[in-house]
Design a protein around this ligand. Structure first.
Ligand code: SAH
Length: 395
């Protein structure tokens, strides 16, 4: 099928030749035929050679590449792509695993589907569009998901009200079920249960990307006093409890998050009084707390969402970590994270280094953490590596 064409300025095809999946608006010389936002367009070089096709959008990223081959983006295309995504999760041991029914099935650029996120919670898939094109194609994608996943996915919830560009002239962005519709909302991660609030919760309802890091934390929890700062739905807390922690305190500024954490702890450990949760600002809590903790998790929200906020973000990470270094018990272990895409691994490490130096304590790096395999990084799109973590031993 012939799509409308966009033409690049001379020399602007280099990144596409290296399979980077974005075309910036500044690289475009000409757009033919006034494509609508979200329409598929063919991208041509200044020498009029086809180079890619993808979703067109008005904004700094003008085209998100779907294919470097000239092909039709139809039902078969979506099925092929979702089948590849599924095969990868099968290879990772995430599908058909009796202990775990929570995983990311589609991770945007990491699965060659820029702008699309799909998380699976037991039999419900939560689908999120971050581009106009994925929004326009949502029904075709839902059909393909149905065909590829069979019985595994019985309900598809579309949750894009807050992730789509507000400027795009899109009609009918409403959260809701595209298929099925189940009130059932308990899922399992590594044998632990949790409620997923896909209707109102952040992201798709749960932070699926910390699964392996939580499992690592469990191994360190035995006999320790744990502070889970920025707990959200309490993921790290119930792993710490299963790992035999002496006590676990969960803190989040959102009262709703604290309710979710309490519910999830109760679901896994009814009547267990080792856990307490506090709705409080992180900095206030870290200032007023004592020195009882010897295992601290710091998993804050992205301090920088854009490049221009980077400096302040780094200062924020330093300040936060400095408080933990100041208070953690000798022999304590700190799990510290950054999920800001614009903060590089080295930036983050420098921020934590500065905090450690301020405390004057002896600190060793035990593990360097990142996102799990169901959040793959496309080698041609290194920006996709967003989660960074350090596990530190503080003497
Ligand atoms: N660790 C969580 C994910 C954390 S998301 C998990 O494993 O699922 C970040 C959380 O930080 C959100 O729940 C948000 O409510 C909380 N938050 C944001 N600003 C905060 C602040 N200043 N103090 C405490 N919590 C904050």
């Amino acid at each position: 099928m012939a799509y409308k064409k966009v033409f690049l300025k001379p020399g602007k095809e280099d990144s596409l030749r290296r399979f980077h999946p974005w075309v910036f608006s500044g690289a475009l010389a000409r757009v033919e035929g006034e494509p609508e936002e979200g329409e598929v367009v063919d991208v041509y070089t200044s020498k009029k050679e086809f180079i890619a096709c993808g979703h067109y959008q008005i904004g700094s990223i003008a085209v998100r590449v779907l294919s470097f081959k000239q092909e039709t983006i139809d039902a078969d295309f979506w099925k092929r792509r979702l089948q590849v995504a599924k095969d990868l999760r099968v290879a990772l041991g995430l599908i058909g695993n009796p202990k775990n029914n929570t995983y990311r099935l589609v991770h945007g650029e990491g699965d060659n589907l820029p702008g699309l996120i799909i998380d699976v919670y037991d039999h419900t898939a939560v689908m999120q569009a971050h581009s106009a094109g994925m929004h326009m194609d949502r029904l075709a994608i839902a059909d393909a998901l149905d065909a590829v996943m069979g019985d595994v996915v019985q309900h598809i919830y579309y949750k894009s009200e807050t992730t789509l560009p507000y400027k795009a002239d899109l009609v009918a962005i409403e959260n809701g079920f595209l298929k099925g519709g189940s009130p059932e909302n308990v899922a399992m991660e590594n044998g632990l249960l949790f409620h997923v609030d896909w209707l109102k919760g952040q992201k798709t309802g749960f932070f699926v990307d910390q699964r392996e890091n939580r499992a690592l934390l469990e191994r360190y929890a035995h006999g320790r006093s744990v502070l889970n700062m920025f707990c959200y739905t309490g993921g790290f807390s119930f792993y710490a409890m299963r790992g035999g922690a002496k006590l676990v305190h969960s803190v989040d500024s959102s009262a709703k998050a604290i309710d979710l954490t309490n519910e999830n702890v109760k679901l896994n450990f009814p009547g267990d009084d080792r856990h307490q949760a506090y709705a409080e600002d992180a900095f206030k809590y870290l200032d007023r707390m004592g020195d009882q903790y010897d295992l601290i998790i710091l998993d804050p929200p992205a301090f920088a969402k854009h490049r221009d906020a980077l400096r302040n973000a780094l200062r924020g990470y330093t300040k936060l970590n400095a408080k933990a270094f100041e208070k953690i018990r000798p022999g304590g272990i700190l799990f510290t994270f950054s999920c800001s895409q614009v903060v590089s691994k080295q930036d983050f490490r420098n921020a934590v280094f500065t905090a450690a130096a301020q405390s004057g304590r002896s600190v060793r790096i035990l593990h360097q953490l990142t996102q799990p395999g169901d959040h793959p990084v496309n080698i041609y799109h290194p920006e996709g590596e967003y989660l960074k973590g350090l596990v530190l031993y503080v003497e």
